[in-house]
Design a protein around this ligand. Structure first.
Ligand code: NAI
Length: 695
């Protein structure tokens, strides 16, 4: 049973019971409909209460049924709502904690709604690129009025039930110490004989001059929703609650819902929603794997990354000791943390009290002895194997048994690092992204000997730190940077063949990336890539790169930090201004290497940048570095600004069709630096089989 049925005197109580949030899956819907029918058939029952067990009234559709035929199997959500609404005995929704999506739509089909204060009320469908498809767009405006309902439906943001007390949504909001079920039963007894039964559908949405308001809403929402069609569709369907009869509005809502569910944007959002949930699942590390307690952390290196990493722990209430080699560097690192929090406070996003709490949790030291008792230590020192070796040998000496030794390395061999200790099972990579206190992504690098409990702890920690943890195997660059390397190489080759930085950046930004490769390089610092390439020229001479980025660095143009990179920058302004000298250097370089410059289309730019990553990702998947294609999408959506509406590189490749991607790759293999294009065997195989990465 996923809904329980009990009779309290003359009132039947149906309790939805489908943990964790009483999702309205097929079994729950069936049991709820049966419950109503049973109550109708029982002469002793005068009224019906529907409530939810545990932590919710109902969170809405059962996400396990998404994209499955079960979602449409009768009794559908529409049928359940219609059963409640057409009941000849009054039905009361007794709401608490969470009432969202289909849950709220169900309550709107009930004759009465009573609630506990503090319940989260929302129609969040828009966040998955959809609109409420079970009457929410037609009924919510009828109880909350046009303006408030529109705001809730377009934003998907929850509103607390006590804020909605006094609206027609709730007949009563109980006191915080009330017992919901007995209060709801008492309410039901009181209204048991009242007729006619009130129905939300019979109400009218009154809004004088609604057309002006709707037009204003259309304009605002259109400007704010970018490539996503759902918010505007929400406006149109809510508009129908004013301009159409209820039945026609319902038909219109259905039609627009069925349209949205087919859009790539909605599919991409739903893909990302599931990808995020599945990323924390590792096949050989079951959910019940024991984890180690993390009550105290240490961070080695108080530079760019160390400071940001420490802030993550502080934000989660975990004390941090920072260790540096020199007092000066330590002071600077601690001052940066303080400054960051002060800025957040100035923006009104942090209270003085929280600020004080967080700063009280951080301390600094120059002595390893002071960090020995930490449960986890994250190393964020220079990207140099020699320095890492010194640090890890020392950590092995001083850290208590069972402490997790994590490295933030972005490229170095984690297995080699683990080999510097006598406890490789405790060593793991936690690759944060810059700025580490902001970026959602955490690549969790699993070494050959990393313990399962250590991996499970890192995954649990990523949740605690509000990060999206994605597991990667050990390879140069892990998932994200290994792919971006191919993207950067193509960006360089495009310059050699005829493009200029501005054209490349514009094309990529038009595709939806927050920033093109050259503006990104200027932001991160072109010297970082330069240092990596210099190492590669020695270690991997077989890999070709465009020399343009080296020539740029030789001009001293490291990016925003030097006021000049691919572009010029003015103080206090992040806008990029193209620079004649840089462009002349690029054109001259083409002549020097004997490449006749040609006009390159934006389509070619995007294809070469994105497909080069997709091809590398196919290798990553095949080698088992990533567990699944959707993990790669998560890395790119949360760490690299890949446009969300395109669902990540692998999802995007699937929408283009892998045979098309492969054909383009084969074409580019015949062009300039064609050697960079060797189709990955997995890509070829899937294309031949007519499959996608994600299916
Ligand atoms: P950074 O140069 O800003 O900071 C490194 C800090 O480590 C300096 O403050 C230095 O004094 C300190 N340090 C050096 N040797 C030490 C030792 N033996 N003991 C204690 N402290 C020591 O470098 P950044 O950018 O913070 O990078 C740190 C690590 O994070 C590197 O492995 C890097 O590859 C990785 N990383 C960097 C990212 C970035 O965007 N900067 C992104 C992701 C990872």
């Amino acid at each position: 049973m996923t809904a329980e049925y009990q009779v309290h005197g003359t009132v039947a109580v149906i309790t939805l019971n489908n943990p964790p949030v009483n999702g309205l899956g097929l079994a729950t819907r069936t049991a709820a409909v049966k419950g109503i029918q049973q109550a109708l058939a029982d002469d002793a029952v005068k009224a019906i209460v529907i409530t939810g067990a545990g932590k919710a009234f109902s969170g809405g559709a059962d996400i396990k049924e998404f994209n499955s035929p079960k979602a449409l199997t009768e009794p559908s959500l529409h049928t359940l709502i219609a059963t409640a609404e057409s009941s000849t005995k009054p039905v009361v929704a007794a709401i608490h904690t969470v009432c969202m999506g289909g849950g709220l739509e169900l309550s709107l089909g009930c004759h009465y709604r009573v609630a506990m204060p503090g319940a989260q009320i929302a129609l969040p469908e828009v966040k998955l690129g959809l609109l409420p498809g079970a009457g929410g767009t037609q009924r919510l405006p009828r109880v909350l009025g046009l303006e408030m309902a529109l705001n809730m439906i377009v934003s998907g943001t929850p509103v607390l039930s006590d804020k909605l007390a006094g609206t027609a949504l709730f007949d009563q909001v109980f006191a915080a110490d009330a017992d919901l079920v007995s209060s709801a039963v008492a309410f039901a007894e009181k209204i048991a004989d009242a007729r006619p039964l009130p129905k939300v559908r019979d109400r009218k949405v009154d809004y004088p001059n609604h057309e002006a308001f709707l037009q204003f809403s259309r304009n605002t929402v259109k400007a704010m929703s970018g490539p996503f069609p759902a918010p505007l569709e929400c406006v149109e369907t809510v508009a129908a609650s004013v301009t159409m009869k209820f039945e026609d509005g319902m038909k219109f809502e259905r039609e627009r819902f069925l349209h949205l569910i087919q859009t790539t944007e909605s599919k991409a959002l739903r893909h990302a929603f599931f990808a995020e949930r599945v990323a924390s699942k590792v096949p050989d590390v079951p959910a019940d794997t024991p984890t180690r307690a993390i009550k105290q952390a240490a961070v080695i290196g108080a530079g760019t990354m160390g400071g940001g990493i420490a802030m993550n722990f502080l934000n989660a209430g975990i004390p941090v000791v920072m260790l540096e080699t020199k007092q000066e560097a330590l002071d600077k690192g601690l001052a940066t943390i303080r400054k960051n929090y002060e800025n957040t406070m100035k923006k009104g996003k942090l209270t003085q009290e929280k600020f004080d709490q967080r700063m009280a949790l951080v301390s600094g030291t120059l002595a390893y002895e002071d960090i020995g008792q930490a449960d986890i230590v994250v190393e964020a020192v220079f990207e140099d194997m020699g320095v890492k070796e010194t640090v890890f040998r020392k950590l092995d000496e001083v850290m208590k048994p069972g402490a997790i030794l994590a490295s933030n390395t972005s490229t170095l061999d984690l297995n080699q690092i683990a080999g510097f200790t006598k406890r490789p099972q405790d060593v793991i990579g936690t690759h944060f992204f810059s700025p580490a206190n902001v970026m959602k992504l955490l690549e969790i690098v699993r070494g050959a000997q990393t313990g399962k409990d250590v991996l499970a702890t890192a995954l649990a920690l990523s949740k605690k730190l509000k990060k999206t943890g994605v597991v990667s195997g050990v390879c140069d660059g892990f998932i994200g940077n290994r792919m971006i390397e191919q993207y950067s190489r193509q960006a360089g080759f495009l310059l050699e063949e005829g493009a200029l930085p501005e054209q490349v950046d514009k094309a990529v930004e038009k595709f939806g990336f927050a920033m093109g490769p050259f503006r990104m390089g200027d932001l991160a610092g072109n010297d970082i890539g330069w240092a990596i390439r210099k190492r590669r020229y020695v270690e991997k001479p077989e890999i070709s790169y465009s020399r343009t980025a080296d020539l740029l660095c030789e001009m001293g143009r490291f990016g925003q930090k030097t006021g000049a990179g691919w572009y010029d920058y003015k103080a206090g302004d992040r806008k990029a201004y193209s620079n004649e000298q840089v462009n002349a250097m690029i054109v001259q370089h083409s002549a020097d290497i004997g490449v006749a410059r040609r006009k390159i289309s934006d389509q070619e730019i995007v294809e070469r940048l994105v497909y080069s990553m997709v091809n590398e990702a196919a290798h990553i998947l095949e080698e088992g570095i990533a567990l699944r294609a959707s993990d790669i999408d998560m890395v790119y959506l949360t760490g690299y600004g890949f446009p969300l509406f395109r669902g990540g590189p692998m999802f995007y490749a699937d929408t283009v069709g892998l045979p098309n991607v492969l054909a383009a790759i084969n074409k580019y293999a015949l062009g300039h630096q064609g050697g960079a294009w060797k189709p990955a065997p997995l890509l070829v195989k899937l294309a031949e089989e007519g499959k996608g990465f994600n299916s």
